[in-house]
Design a protein around this ligand. Structure first.
Ligand SMILES: [Fe+2]
Length: 456
């Protein structure tokens, strides 16, 4: 990471020299750097669309040049081009969004962005399959803008580039305090761009979810990531995306929006519409039943959503907020007989995973329940390998907890990422050498959903 910033500083120096040379009559086509903080997000159909966002620092008339053939920085050779489809001038950034449509599913796309002054490096991304195909994704949440959490978040970012997921589902709390500080967002977006990209220029789409830190800035996820919203109000930041035809449906909810009945009605309609999907995931920020005693129980949210999850057969619930790690056995809500209102039910239950410690300082895992499969205290995210039914096996999700850093006695974040061998593009389902996976004994490092308890 330090290397990256040193390189950035060196590059800036070169760019200034280039600019001065140009001024003195030397011939060069572009004067960098006029665009940065490039990020991808999935707002609509992930098989055929993507949104490319960036900060337009200088220059004019930017355009994305893209296609399925890698033409490097030779922008004229790309088959397609697209002007920004939306401009947002907030948070001291000139954010430009380019929504690309009519893309081919399960396909690599290469692109550069060129404006009147400069052309970016060549980057690339992959669209999602439009029929059931195996994929991997990373789910997590909670980063901070100050040390030592800042470093911990950067280590998790670096791990993304090593694992090459189809996408990252980020369950809220991006910055410290209340997300109104432009410097915090600039830092977050620069880190995301610089540290999650791979050496061969692959960028990974983010699916953002609202956290409590984002509450005070109206429509913040739409401002930063072009995220969809409901009922013509950017503050109604909740939406859903479908992957692989009717393979996986992901509902990105907003636990921070009260009153919540309008969203709950929408949730019921959304889950109903996804009844024939193989897997249904829901993502939101605040756990119903946190696994650290310092966090409040969220029973109001539980009564609104937990029974709906059960009624419509939600498979996996993903949360964050507490800054630690948990994975539960499949559970069903039972507010009368359950322990903390849940009962283990391996056959019919929803598995609850998450509690978010992408970068934020990890809290103690001191509030386990009888239905907790395993909890832990470290910086981490969950790495999901999702498989459709095949000749040899039933559809299933392999869940691993990837430890990205642990704080030592002086509260310094110690990286568990540096020694990890990056996966190659053709081998994204492998387990990389050197990765620190949390051992969920007696079940080992991988928990498979649907859950069959072989230890019983
Ligand atoms: Fe939070």
């Amino acid at each position: 990471m330090i290397k990256n910033y040193t390189a950035l500083k060196n590059n800036l120096f070169i760019y200034v020299i280039t600019f001065l040379l140009l001024g003195s009559g030397c011939k060069k086509e572009y004067t960098p750097v006029s665009m940065d903080k490039i990020r991808l997000s999935w707002n609509y159909n992930p098989a055929t669309t993507i949104t490319i966002g960036w900060d337009q620092i200088g220059g004019e008339n930017p355009k994305v040049y893209y296609g399925t053939k890698d033409k490097g920085k030779d922008w004229k050779k790309y088959k397609y081009s697209q002007k920004p489809t939306r401009e947002v001038n907030e948070l001291n950034m000139k954010t430009r969004f380019c929504e690309l449509n009519d893309l081919l599913p399960n396909t690599a796309y290469y692109f550069v962005i060129k404006d009147s002054e400069w052309i970016t490096d060549r980057y690339w991304f992959k669209t999602a399959p439009d029929k059931p195909e195996p994929f991997t994704c990373i789910v997590g949440g909670d980063t901070k803008s100050v040390e030592p959490s800042l470093s911990a978040g950067r280590y998790s970012n670096q791990m993304v580039s090593k694992l090459r997921p189809l996408f990252v589902l980020f369950c809220g709390d991006f910055t410290s305090y209340d997300a109104t500080d432009p410097d915090h967002w600039a830092l977050w977006l620069s880190d995301w761009f610089e540290l999650t990209k791979t050496e061969d220029g692959r960028l990974f789409p983010i699916i953002p979810v609202m956290g409590n830190h984002e509450r005070k800035y109206d429509g913040i996820l739409n401002v930063v990531f072009n995220t969809p919203y409901q009922h013509d109000d950017p503050n109604n930041s909740y939406y859903s995306l479908s992957f692989g035809g009717n393979f996986v449906h992901i509902t990105a909810l907003n636990s921070e929006l009260w009153p919540i009945d309008q969203q709950t009605d929408w949730l019921e309609r959304d889950l109903k519409s996804a009844e024939n999907f193989t897997f249904k995931f829901a993502a939101y920020h605040k756990p119903f039943r946190p696994h650290t005693i310092g966090k409040r129980e969220n029973m109001a949210l539980y009564y609104k959503w937990a029974y709906l999850f059960n009624e419509y057969g939600l498979d996996i619930s993903i949360d964050a907020d507490s800054h630690m790690s948990k994975i539960t056995f499949p559970v069903v809500p039972d507010s009368i007989n359950g322990y903390e209102a849940f009962v283990r039910d391996d056959l019919n239950g929803t598995m609850y995973i998450g509690e978010g410690s992408w970068g934020a300082g990890h809290r103690d895992n001191d509030d386990d329940k009888p239905w907790t499969l395993r909890s832990g205290s470290f910086n981490q995210f969950k790495w999901l390998h999702v498989f459709p039914k095949s000749e040899n096996e039933e559809a299933h999700v392999d869940i691993r907890t990837v430890i990205t850093s642990i704080r030592d006695s002086t509260k310094t974040s110690i990286s568990h990422v540096e020694g990890v061998t990056p996966l190659s593009e053709g081998n994204v389902f492998a387990i990389p050498e050197g990765v620190n996976l949390f051992s969920t004994e007696p079940y080992g490092e991988v928990i498979t959903y649907p859950f069959v308890d072989k230890k019983k």
